[in-house]
Design a protein around this ligand. Structure first.
Ligand code: BEZ
Length: 328
């Protein structure tokens, strides 16, 4: 059994056709067929049922596919990490979710450039989950997101908890009310914008915010509410009466500006559309959104510690509460 045969098997299973797999791999159909047969002979198991069209995996083939896909992905990660270890890129590529861009990211990058004037920084707008794959493939060197991840290749540093604020149209009766309570918002249309939902182990907790919950928390209730904003309300036993789901934060704030509803956003967003939107604090101190920094565990880009120090420098300057952490 060799890696070429395994890749051929995966390609045939993905394409469910020898001719499509031949096109996608650039290997002739007879060679593909021979390599698959050889693999099946080597392990003594029929992996693909050739009598069905499109081709189908046998039951054992499906098991082999699931396990071998994971092994090949891991192999690709190890190879790419080894290459990066021997030859780290000079540039630091930072993946970020849009909500951190509106806040301190520009200031932090300026602080990093003051510390390391020769540094080249690339920025990539990339979702929290995609950041994990991008770290493994080497597309980014560090990721900034608002969700905790549990992955054997990844280490995460919790940078801080940022308070949520309520965003209301300027014409709303509560637009000028400070320190609002979630219960007073229940009759408004709540605009939901998160694409990523909370992992069930976190979302089932009731007595803490999602951000305050340890990643290995034990579930205590069934039927978790995994939508992050609904989860915040649910912690207080509140269910908003009307909701609308949109594709992202910008759209949500545009709808608020248009008077279509209200939403909750991290405090750093409060400069967005400030002519049309009023941002007010919530009285609940634990209604917060965490900010995490993710990197690979074993191959940390040499400039990442400088980046972390630049973050802490900005926190110090701004008097932001945080707990200093280090890479493992
Ligand atoms: C923050 O708002 O805490 C933050 C933003 C960008 C990068 C790192 C931290």
């Amino acid at each position: 059994m060799d890696i070429k045969q395994l890749n051929v098997f995966i390609a045939i299973a993905d394409c469910q056709s020898f001719s499509l797999a031949a096109r996608s791999t650039g290997i002739s159909q007879p060679s593909l067929s021979r390599m698959l047969k050889q693999l099946e002979t080597d392990i003594g198991v029929e992996l693909i049922d050739r009598y069905h069209r499109p081709l189908q995996l046998t039951e054992s083939g499906q098991f082999f596919y699931d396990k071998i896909s994971a092994v090949l992905t891991e192999l690709a990660t190890v190879t790419s990490m080894t290459q990066r270890l021997s030859n780290p890129s000079t540039a630091l590529t930072i993946g970020f979710v849009p909500s951190v861009l509106y806040g301190l990211l520009p200031e932090i990058i300026a602080a990093l450039k003051r510390r390391r004037p020769d540094i080249e920084v690339n920025l990539k707008d990339i979702s929290s989950y995609q950041q994990i794959e991008a770290l493994k493939s080497g597309d980014i060197d560090v990721g900034l997101g608002r969700f905790a991840h549990r992955d054997p290749w990844i280490q995460q540093i919790l940078l801080r908890h940022e308070r949520y604020m309520v965003a209301l149209p300027k014409t709303h009766p509560l637009a000028h009310t400070r320190d609002q309570r979630l219960i007073d918002l229940v009759n408004n249309r709540l605009i939901l914008y998160h694409q990523t939902h909370l992992p069930p182990a976190i979302s089932v907790m009731t007595d803490a915010t999602p951000s305050a919950v340890p990643i290995n928390a034990t579930p205590i209730i069934e039927n978790a509410i995994t939508e992050p904003l609904l989860h915040l309300f649910a912690q207080y036993g509140i269910t908003p009466l009307m909701t609308t789901k949109v594709s992202d934060l910008q759209v949500a704030l545009s709808l608020v500006a248009a008077g279509e509803g209200i939403t909750l956003v991290p405090a750093s967003l409060q400069t967005v559309r400030a002519e049309q939107i009023s941002y007010q604090r919530l009285i609940h101190e634990n209604v917060t959104s965490p900010i995490y920094l993710h990197t690979l565990k074993d191959v940390v880009h040499p400039k990442v510690p400088d980046f972390l120090n630049a973050i802490y420098e900005v926190y110090e300057q701004r008097g932001i509460t945080y707990r200093r952490q280090q890479f493992v």
